[in-house]
Design a protein around this ligand. Structure first.
Ligand SMILES: [Zn+2]
Length: 220
């Protein structure tokens, strides 16, 4: 699904063991390895869809629509690269680190309609900590894809566990799905809440409670 390629900020060779530089930040360029969007093919498909929907794809108003739609989907399905910089937890900070209300926008894989809301992402630090803004980039890494909310939530938690080795990680996503608001049951305003807890945040009731309380979800 994703790949972390290359490292920066580290010497190469036999002395490159990061443990030899405990006070250095460590960088990892994060890129996705999904198949890219074939824009010309997407444009043709959108033009065909317009015709199938009974629309005159050659009308002046729709002439540029296939190009716009194809580019919109490409943007929504392509996460931006970022550098994951982690720092040694020199102070031995062992309390919860939580970023609340990270914006989430993604595309439901069942209807190709957006769902959007917020994510609360927290972790109990192990040996390394990371810049808080990076939590938002990790969310985007998986949100810019065809998704279901449950999988998105778990992927963010799994990724943080693998790359940060925290003592615990928790992810809650609250989102409104356009496929529920605009069609079907038309449950406007209804939000779906999903959570993924791992490590101490799963096993220790007090840590779990603290996470949900700080995330503003004391009722769960
Ligand atoms: Zn849907």
């Amino acid at each position: 699904m994703t790949a972390a390629r290359g490292e920066s900020g580290l010497p190469h060779g036999p002395d490159a063991d990061p443990r030899a530089w405990p006070s250095r930040p460590r960088g990892l360029k994060v890129v996705h390895d999904r198949v890219g969007v074939d824009l010309p093919a997407a444009e043709r498909a959108v033009a065909d869809l317009l015709v199938a929907l009974g629309k005159d794809a050659s009308s002046e108003h729709l002439a540029d629509t296939p190009r716009r739609v194809a580019r919109s989907y490409a943007e929504l399905l392509t996460p931006r690269e970022f550098n994951l910089t982690t720092f040694p937890n020199d102070e031995g900070y062992d309390e919860l680190v939580l970023a609340r209300n990270i914006p989430v926008q993604s595309l439901c894989q069942h209807h190709l309609l957006p769902f959007r809301g917020v994510a609360h992402v927290g972790y109990l630090p192990g040996e390394r900590i990371l810049g808080l803004s990076k939590l938002a980039r990790v969310v985007e890494l998986f949100a810019r894809d065809l998704q279901v909310q449950e999988r998105l939530t778990k992927q963010v938690a799994d990724w943080l566990r693998e790359h940060l080795a925290p003592k615990g990680v928790g992810v809650v996503i609250e989102a409104e799905h356009m496929c529920m608001s605009l069609r079907g049951v038309q449950a406007t305003g209804s939000r779906t809440v999903t959570s993924a807890l791992q490590g101490l945040l799963r096993e220790d009731p007090r840590s779990r409670q603290e996470f949900f309380a700080l995330a503003g979800l004391g009722g769960i």
